[in-house]
Write a new protein. Structure first.
Ligand SMILES: [Zn+2]
Ligand SMILES: [Zn+2]
Length: 442
Protein backbone atom coordinates (compact mmCIF):
# COMPACT_ATOMS: atom_id res chain seq x y z
CA UNK A 1 0.00 0.00 0.00
CA UNK A 2 1.34 3.42 -0.85
CA UNK A 3 1.00 6.48 1.35
CA UNK A 4 -2.10 7.68 -0.46
CA UNK A 5 -3.99 4.41 -0.11
CA UNK A 6 -2.89 3.91 3.47
CA UNK A 7 -3.92 7.43 4.52
CA UNK A 8 -7.29 7.18 2.80
CA UNK A 9 -7.90 3.77 4.40
CA UNK A 10 -7.16 5.13 7.87
CA UNK A 11 -9.55 8.04 7.33
CA UNK A 12 -12.27 5.80 5.87
CA UNK A 13 -12.22 3.84 9.08
CA UNK A 14 -12.33 6.74 11.57
CA UNK A 15 -12.13 10.50 11.69
CA UNK A 16 -8.52 11.39 12.54
CA UNK A 17 -7.12 14.85 13.32
CA UNK A 18 -4.13 16.34 11.49
CA UNK A 19 -1.72 15.65 14.37
CA UNK A 20 -2.71 12.00 14.61
CA UNK A 21 -2.70 11.39 10.85
CA UNK A 22 0.70 13.03 10.56
CA UNK A 23 2.06 10.81 13.34
CA UNK A 24 1.25 7.70 11.32
CA UNK A 25 3.76 8.90 8.74
CA UNK A 26 6.30 10.56 11.00
CA UNK A 27 9.13 8.62 9.37
CA UNK A 28 8.46 10.40 6.06
CA UNK A 29 10.00 13.76 5.36
CA UNK A 30 11.94 15.92 7.75
CA UNK A 31 12.03 19.46 9.08
CA UNK A 32 8.28 19.56 9.58
CA UNK A 33 5.72 18.76 12.25
CA UNK A 34 3.17 16.00 12.42
CA UNK A 35 0.43 18.63 12.34
CA UNK A 36 1.69 19.94 9.00
CA UNK A 37 2.27 16.39 7.69
CA UNK A 38 -1.37 15.51 8.44
CA UNK A 39 -2.69 18.70 6.85
CA UNK A 40 -0.56 18.20 3.76
CA UNK A 41 -1.68 14.60 3.25
CA UNK A 42 -5.35 15.53 3.58
CA UNK A 43 -4.95 18.49 1.20
CA UNK A 44 -3.19 16.32 -1.34
CA UNK A 45 -5.86 13.61 -1.11
CA UNK A 46 -8.64 16.20 -1.58
CA UNK A 47 -6.88 17.76 -4.58
CA UNK A 48 -6.50 14.35 -6.17
CA UNK A 49 -10.17 13.48 -5.63
CA UNK A 50 -11.31 16.80 -7.10
CA UNK A 51 -9.96 15.83 -10.55
CA UNK A 52 -13.08 13.74 -11.19
CA UNK A 53 -16.11 14.40 -9.04
CA UNK A 54 -17.75 10.98 -9.30
CA UNK A 55 -20.19 9.94 -6.63
CA UNK A 56 -17.51 7.74 -5.10
CA UNK A 57 -15.04 10.62 -4.95
CA UNK A 58 -17.61 12.97 -3.45
CA UNK A 59 -18.18 10.38 -0.73
CA UNK A 60 -14.46 10.25 -0.11
CA UNK A 61 -14.33 14.05 0.06
CA UNK A 62 -17.03 13.87 2.74
CA UNK A 63 -14.87 11.39 4.65
CA UNK A 64 -11.99 13.89 4.47
CA UNK A 65 -14.36 16.62 5.53
CA UNK A 66 -15.31 14.57 8.60
CA UNK A 67 -11.61 14.55 9.48
CA UNK A 68 -11.53 18.33 9.19
CA UNK A 69 -9.90 18.80 5.77
CA UNK A 70 -10.44 22.46 4.81
CA UNK A 71 -9.59 21.70 1.18
CA UNK A 72 -12.22 18.94 0.98
CA UNK A 73 -14.85 21.22 2.50
CA UNK A 74 -14.02 24.00 0.01
CA UNK A 75 -14.23 21.67 -2.98
CA UNK A 76 -17.62 20.35 -1.83
CA UNK A 77 -18.99 23.85 -1.18
CA UNK A 78 -17.95 24.93 -4.67
CA UNK A 79 -20.09 22.05 -6.01
CA UNK A 80 -22.98 23.28 -3.82
CA UNK A 81 -22.73 20.24 -1.62
CA UNK A 82 -22.74 20.98 2.10
CA UNK A 83 -19.71 19.33 3.67
CA UNK A 84 -20.07 16.93 6.61
CA UNK A 85 -19.20 18.30 10.04
CA UNK A 86 -15.77 17.63 11.48
CA UNK A 87 -15.86 14.76 13.95
CA UNK A 88 -13.87 14.07 17.08
CA UNK A 89 -10.51 12.42 16.41
CA UNK A 90 -10.74 8.68 17.02
CA UNK A 91 -7.29 8.48 18.61
CA UNK A 92 -6.72 11.65 20.63
CA UNK A 93 -10.35 12.83 20.99
CA UNK A 94 -8.96 16.26 20.06
CA UNK A 95 -7.15 16.62 23.36
CA UNK A 96 -4.06 17.61 21.38
CA UNK A 97 -5.87 20.89 20.74
CA UNK A 98 -5.62 21.55 24.47
CA UNK A 99 -1.84 21.87 24.40
CA UNK A 100 -1.97 25.66 24.08
CA UNK A 101 -4.36 26.00 26.95
CA UNK A 102 -2.12 23.84 29.15
CA UNK A 103 0.98 25.80 28.22
CA UNK A 104 -0.73 29.02 29.26
CA UNK A 105 -1.50 27.44 32.64
CA UNK A 106 2.02 26.08 33.13
CA UNK A 107 4.02 29.22 32.33
CA UNK A 108 2.98 31.34 35.32
CA UNK A 109 3.74 28.43 37.69
CA UNK A 110 7.18 27.86 36.17
CA UNK A 111 8.02 31.49 36.82
CA UNK A 112 8.24 30.69 40.54
CA UNK A 113 11.26 28.45 39.98
CA UNK A 114 14.81 28.82 38.82
CA UNK A 115 15.63 26.08 36.32
CA UNK A 116 17.46 25.36 33.12
CA UNK A 117 16.16 21.99 31.99
CA UNK A 118 12.72 20.41 31.89
CA UNK A 119 11.04 17.22 30.80
CA UNK A 120 7.36 16.93 29.92
CA UNK A 121 5.49 13.73 30.75
CA UNK A 122 1.89 13.11 29.72
CA UNK A 123 -0.53 10.76 31.36
CA UNK A 124 -3.58 9.54 29.46
CA UNK A 125 -6.08 6.79 30.22
CA UNK A 126 -5.09 3.46 28.73
CA UNK A 127 -7.99 3.50 26.25
CA UNK A 128 -6.08 6.10 24.26
CA UNK A 129 -3.13 3.82 23.93
CA UNK A 130 -5.33 0.86 23.08
CA UNK A 131 -7.03 2.73 20.23
CA UNK A 132 -3.67 3.81 18.99
CA UNK A 133 -2.31 0.26 19.00
CA UNK A 134 -5.42 -1.01 17.20
CA UNK A 135 -4.96 1.59 14.51
CA UNK A 136 -1.30 0.75 14.21
CA UNK A 137 -2.11 -2.93 13.78
CA UNK A 138 -4.93 -2.40 11.28
CA UNK A 139 -2.98 -0.14 9.00
CA UNK A 140 0.54 -1.38 9.56
CA UNK A 141 1.94 2.03 10.46
CA UNK A 142 4.85 0.59 12.36
CA UNK A 143 6.80 3.80 12.37
CA UNK A 144 4.09 5.91 13.93
CA UNK A 145 4.97 7.98 16.98
CA UNK A 146 2.95 7.60 20.15
CA UNK A 147 0.37 10.11 21.24
CA UNK A 148 2.12 10.70 24.56
CA UNK A 149 5.35 11.53 22.77
CA UNK A 150 3.50 13.96 20.55
CA UNK A 151 1.95 15.63 23.56
CA UNK A 152 5.28 15.87 25.36
CA UNK A 153 6.95 17.36 22.31
CA UNK A 154 4.21 19.86 21.49
CA UNK A 155 4.09 21.17 25.06
CA UNK A 156 7.88 21.20 25.37
CA UNK A 157 8.22 23.15 22.14
CA UNK A 158 5.52 25.64 22.97
CA UNK A 159 7.12 26.26 26.36
CA UNK A 160 10.55 26.66 24.79
CA UNK A 161 9.11 29.27 22.44
CA UNK A 162 8.07 31.36 25.41
CA UNK A 163 10.84 30.80 27.95
CA UNK A 164 14.48 29.77 27.68
CA UNK A 165 14.84 26.10 28.57
CA UNK A 166 16.28 22.83 27.40
CA UNK A 167 14.88 19.32 27.49
CA UNK A 168 16.86 16.88 29.58
CA UNK A 169 15.77 13.25 29.55
CA UNK A 170 18.15 12.10 32.28
CA UNK A 171 18.02 14.55 35.12
CA UNK A 172 15.86 17.61 34.41
CA UNK A 173 15.49 20.39 36.99
CA UNK A 174 11.72 20.18 36.59
CA UNK A 175 9.46 17.41 35.35
CA UNK A 176 6.10 18.70 34.15
CA UNK A 177 3.45 16.00 34.41
CA UNK A 178 0.46 16.94 32.32
CA UNK A 179 -2.99 15.42 32.35
CA UNK A 180 -4.79 16.64 29.22
CA UNK A 181 -8.14 15.13 30.19
CA UNK A 182 -8.47 17.36 33.23
CA UNK A 183 -6.35 20.20 31.83
CA UNK A 184 -4.17 19.92 34.90
CA UNK A 185 -0.47 19.46 35.60
CA UNK A 186 2.04 18.87 38.39
CA UNK A 187 5.56 20.19 38.67
CA UNK A 188 8.14 17.83 40.11
CA UNK A 189 11.13 19.88 41.17
CA UNK A 190 14.48 18.11 41.40
CA UNK A 191 15.80 18.45 44.96
CA UNK A 192 19.15 20.03 45.73
CA UNK A 193 21.68 17.81 47.47
CA UNK A 194 24.29 19.36 49.72
CA UNK A 195 27.02 17.48 51.56
CA UNK A 196 28.27 18.62 54.93
CA UNK A 197 29.54 17.45 58.32
CA UNK A 198 27.89 18.45 61.56
CA UNK A 199 29.16 18.80 65.09
CA UNK A 200 26.63 18.73 67.91
CA UNK A 201 27.30 20.58 71.16
CA UNK A 202 24.07 19.83 73.04
CA UNK A 203 22.89 16.61 74.70
CA UNK A 204 19.25 17.38 74.01
CA UNK A 205 18.85 17.35 70.25
CA UNK A 206 18.23 14.39 67.97
CA UNK A 207 19.65 14.21 64.46
CA UNK A 208 16.29 14.37 62.70
CA UNK A 209 12.76 15.48 63.50
CA UNK A 210 11.19 13.40 66.21
CA UNK A 211 7.40 13.36 66.10
CA UNK A 212 5.44 13.15 69.34
CA UNK A 213 4.68 9.51 70.05
CA UNK A 214 1.26 10.34 71.41
CA UNK A 215 -0.19 12.32 68.51
CA UNK A 216 2.22 11.27 65.72
CA UNK A 217 2.91 14.89 64.80
CA UNK A 218 -0.62 16.26 64.82
CA UNK A 219 -0.12 18.19 68.07
CA UNK A 220 -1.51 17.34 71.48
CA UNK A 221 -1.35 18.33 75.14
CA UNK A 222 1.66 16.15 75.80
CA UNK A 223 3.80 17.98 73.22
CA UNK A 224 2.27 21.44 73.84
CA UNK A 225 0.78 21.27 70.36
CA UNK A 226 4.16 21.20 68.64
CA UNK A 227 3.67 17.66 67.33
CA UNK A 228 7.29 17.04 68.32
CA UNK A 229 8.96 15.16 71.14
CA UNK A 230 12.06 17.38 70.91
CA UNK A 231 11.81 21.05 70.08
CA UNK A 232 14.84 21.05 67.78
CA UNK A 233 16.93 18.66 65.74
CA UNK A 234 20.08 18.96 63.65
CA UNK A 235 17.84 18.56 60.63
CA UNK A 236 15.66 21.51 61.60
CA UNK A 237 18.66 23.64 62.56
CA UNK A 238 20.35 23.24 59.16
CA UNK A 239 16.99 23.63 57.48
CA UNK A 240 16.35 27.23 58.55
CA UNK A 241 19.14 28.79 56.51
CA UNK A 242 18.89 26.24 53.69
CA UNK A 243 15.28 27.29 53.12
CA UNK A 244 16.19 30.95 53.43
CA UNK A 245 18.71 30.56 50.62
CA UNK A 246 16.82 28.19 48.32
CA UNK A 247 13.20 29.12 49.12
CA UNK A 248 12.54 25.39 49.21
CA UNK A 249 9.77 23.57 51.03
CA UNK A 250 11.61 21.34 53.45
CA UNK A 251 14.98 19.78 54.24
CA UNK A 252 15.56 16.09 54.84
CA UNK A 253 18.85 15.20 56.48
CA UNK A 254 20.49 11.90 55.53
CA UNK A 255 23.23 11.15 58.06
CA UNK A 256 26.04 8.63 57.90
CA UNK A 257 24.65 6.83 60.96
CA UNK A 258 23.40 8.75 63.99
CA UNK A 259 24.47 9.32 67.56
CA UNK A 260 22.15 9.10 70.54
CA UNK A 261 20.27 12.27 71.41
CA UNK A 262 22.34 12.71 74.58
CA UNK A 263 25.68 12.11 72.85
CA UNK A 264 27.77 15.00 71.60
CA UNK A 265 29.20 14.86 68.10
CA UNK A 266 32.72 16.25 68.09
CA UNK A 267 35.98 15.89 66.11
CA UNK A 268 35.58 16.59 62.42
CA UNK A 269 31.84 15.95 62.55
CA UNK A 270 29.40 13.46 61.10
CA UNK A 271 28.97 13.40 57.32
CA UNK A 272 25.49 14.03 55.99
CA UNK A 273 23.70 14.98 52.82
CA UNK A 274 20.81 17.38 53.08
CA UNK A 275 18.08 17.16 50.51
CA UNK A 276 16.30 20.42 49.85
CA UNK A 277 12.79 19.63 48.61
CA UNK A 278 11.25 21.83 45.88
CA UNK A 279 13.87 24.62 45.80
CA UNK A 280 12.86 27.80 43.99
CA UNK A 281 16.45 29.06 43.84
CA UNK A 282 19.11 26.62 42.62
CA UNK A 283 22.17 28.82 42.06
CA UNK A 284 23.02 29.52 45.67
CA UNK A 285 26.43 30.30 47.12
CA UNK A 286 27.10 27.22 49.17
CA UNK A 287 29.86 28.76 51.29
CA UNK A 288 27.55 31.61 52.22
CA UNK A 289 24.94 29.08 53.22
CA UNK A 290 27.47 27.34 55.46
CA UNK A 291 28.48 30.62 57.08
CA UNK A 292 24.96 31.82 57.73
CA UNK A 293 24.00 28.40 59.10
CA UNK A 294 26.85 28.57 61.58
CA UNK A 295 25.87 32.09 62.60
CA UNK A 296 22.29 31.06 63.31
CA UNK A 297 23.01 27.77 65.11
CA UNK A 298 25.92 28.92 67.28
CA UNK A 299 26.55 26.84 70.42
CA UNK A 300 24.05 24.20 69.33
CA UNK A 301 25.62 22.74 66.22
CA UNK A 302 28.32 23.58 63.70
CA UNK A 303 28.46 22.60 60.04
CA UNK A 304 31.53 22.20 57.85
CA UNK A 305 32.71 21.30 54.35
CA UNK A 306 29.49 22.21 52.51
CA UNK A 307 29.62 21.21 48.85
CA UNK A 308 27.23 19.99 46.15
CA UNK A 309 26.25 16.37 46.39
CA UNK A 310 23.89 13.87 44.79
CA UNK A 311 21.31 11.22 45.52
CA UNK A 312 24.01 8.65 44.83
CA UNK A 313 26.12 9.95 47.70
CA UNK A 314 23.23 9.37 50.13
CA UNK A 315 23.31 5.69 49.21
CA UNK A 316 27.08 5.68 49.73
CA UNK A 317 26.75 7.36 53.14
CA UNK A 318 24.09 4.91 54.28
CA UNK A 319 25.93 1.82 53.14
CA UNK A 320 29.40 2.86 54.28
CA UNK A 321 28.37 4.07 57.76
CA UNK A 322 28.55 0.58 59.21
CA UNK A 323 32.06 0.05 57.78
CA UNK A 324 33.52 3.23 59.23
CA UNK A 325 35.54 3.26 62.43
CA UNK A 326 34.29 5.40 65.31
CA UNK A 327 36.02 6.85 68.32
CA UNK A 328 34.02 7.68 71.45
CA UNK A 329 34.63 9.26 74.82
CA UNK A 330 32.49 7.72 77.55
CA UNK A 331 32.12 8.80 81.14
CA UNK A 332 31.40 5.59 83.01
CA UNK A 333 29.86 5.19 86.45
CA UNK A 334 30.06 1.96 88.42
CA UNK A 335 28.64 0.56 91.63
CA UNK A 336 31.89 -0.76 93.16
CA UNK A 337 35.26 0.91 93.06
CA UNK A 338 37.66 -0.35 90.45
CA UNK A 339 41.42 -0.23 90.66
CA UNK A 340 43.83 1.05 88.06
CA UNK A 341 45.12 -2.49 87.71
CA UNK A 342 41.65 -3.77 86.83
CA UNK A 343 41.29 -1.06 84.20
CA UNK A 344 44.58 -2.18 82.60
CA UNK A 345 43.17 -5.70 82.40
CA UNK A 346 40.04 -4.28 80.80
CA UNK A 347 42.14 -2.46 78.19
CA UNK A 348 43.97 -5.69 77.37
CA UNK A 349 40.72 -7.68 77.09
CA UNK A 350 39.32 -5.23 74.55
CA UNK A 351 42.41 -4.97 72.42
CA UNK A 352 41.11 -5.99 68.95
CA UNK A 353 38.25 -8.00 70.43
CA UNK A 354 35.09 -9.15 68.67
CA UNK A 355 31.89 -8.74 70.65
CA UNK A 356 28.35 -10.02 70.06
CA UNK A 357 25.47 -7.62 70.47
CA UNK A 358 21.84 -8.57 70.41
CA UNK A 359 19.63 -5.62 69.40
CA UNK A 360 19.34 -3.50 72.57
CA UNK A 361 16.03 -3.26 74.38
CA UNK A 362 15.90 0.49 73.91
CA UNK A 363 15.92 0.32 70.09
CA UNK A 364 14.12 -3.00 69.62
CA UNK A 365 10.91 -1.18 68.60
CA UNK A 366 12.58 0.13 65.45
CA UNK A 367 15.37 -2.36 64.71
CA UNK A 368 15.18 -6.06 63.87
CA UNK A 369 16.07 -8.34 66.72
CA UNK A 370 19.34 -9.99 65.74
CA UNK A 371 22.88 -10.54 66.91
CA UNK A 372 25.56 -8.30 65.41
CA UNK A 373 29.28 -8.97 65.61
CA UNK A 374 31.31 -5.81 66.12
CA UNK A 375 34.99 -5.21 66.63
CA UNK A 376 36.41 -3.21 69.51
CA UNK A 377 39.83 -1.95 68.40
CA UNK A 378 40.83 -0.41 71.70
CA UNK A 379 39.67 0.99 75.02
CA UNK A 380 41.83 3.44 76.95
CA UNK A 381 40.76 4.23 80.51
CA UNK A 382 41.45 6.95 83.01
CA UNK A 383 40.07 7.12 86.58
CA UNK A 384 38.24 10.40 87.26
CA UNK A 385 37.08 9.82 90.87
CA UNK A 386 35.84 7.03 93.14
CA UNK A 387 32.68 6.49 91.08
CA UNK A 388 33.68 7.37 87.56
CA UNK A 389 36.26 6.67 84.93
CA UNK A 390 36.62 7.90 81.38
CA UNK A 391 37.12 5.54 78.45
CA UNK A 392 38.21 6.33 74.91
CA UNK A 393 36.65 3.59 72.83
CA UNK A 394 37.54 2.89 69.20
CA UNK A 395 35.16 0.46 67.50
CA UNK A 396 33.25 -0.53 64.38
CA UNK A 397 30.45 1.71 63.18
CA UNK A 398 27.05 0.48 64.35
CA UNK A 399 28.39 -0.75 67.69
CA UNK A 400 26.07 0.10 70.60
CA UNK A 401 28.53 1.71 73.01
CA UNK A 402 26.13 2.21 75.93
CA UNK A 403 25.40 -1.51 75.85
CA UNK A 404 29.08 -2.36 75.50
CA UNK A 405 29.45 -0.60 78.84
CA UNK A 406 26.35 -1.88 80.67
CA UNK A 407 26.14 -5.35 79.14
CA UNK A 408 22.40 -4.81 78.50
CA UNK A 409 21.41 -7.72 80.79
CA UNK A 410 23.68 -10.12 78.99
CA UNK A 411 22.56 -9.09 75.51
CA UNK A 412 26.05 -7.70 74.77
CA UNK A 413 28.93 -10.12 75.36
CA UNK A 414 31.51 -9.50 76.61
CA UNK A 415 30.91 -6.09 78.14
CA UNK A 416 32.83 -3.67 80.33
CA UNK A 417 30.53 -4.53 83.27
CA UNK A 418 31.21 -8.23 82.77
CA UNK A 419 35.01 -7.93 82.58
CA UNK A 420 35.19 -5.59 85.59
CA UNK A 421 32.60 -7.63 87.46
CA UNK A 422 30.65 -4.48 88.38
CA UNK A 423 27.50 -2.82 87.12
CA UNK A 424 28.78 -0.01 84.98
CA UNK A 425 26.76 2.41 82.95
CA UNK A 426 27.42 5.21 80.53
CA UNK A 427 26.85 8.63 82.05
CA UNK A 428 28.00 10.71 79.09
CA UNK A 429 28.91 9.85 75.56
CA UNK A 430 30.65 11.89 72.89
CA UNK A 431 31.55 10.88 69.38
CA UNK A 432 35.12 12.07 68.93
CA UNK A 433 35.83 10.91 65.41
CA UNK A 434 34.24 9.17 62.43
CA UNK A 435 36.61 7.79 59.86
CA UNK A 436 34.50 7.74 56.74
CA UNK A 437 35.39 6.46 53.32
CA UNK A 438 35.52 9.12 50.62
CA UNK A 439 32.75 9.10 48.04
CA UNK A 440 33.89 8.66 44.47
CA UNK A 441 31.19 9.37 41.90
CA UNK A 442 31.93 7.24 38.83
ZN1 LIG B 1 -5.95 13.19 17.08
ZN1 LIG C 1 1.71 15.29 70.65
Amino acid sequence: MNLEEKALNILLNHAICDYCLGRQFSNLGTGTTNLYRGQTIKTYLAMNLSSSLSEENIQKLQILSQSGSVMAKNILRKENISPDNTQKCYICENYLDRANELVELIIPKLKDYEFRTILVGTSLPKEFHERELKNKENFDTISSEYLKQEFNRIIGKKLANKIALETDFKSPDIVIEVEPLTSSFKLRIKPLYIFGRYLKYLRTIPQTRWPCRNCKGKGCKECSNTGKRYAESVEELVEIEALNHTKGKKVTLHGAGREDIDALMLGSGRPFVMEVIAPKVRSINIKELEESTNKSTKEKIEVREYRWSSKKEIIHLKSSAKDSIKKYRALIEYDKSVSGKELRILEKEFNNRMIKQRTPDRVSHRRADKIREKKIFSIKCEIKNAEEFEAIITCDGGCYVKELISGDNGRTKPSISEILNVQAFCKELDVLEIEDKPFIDE
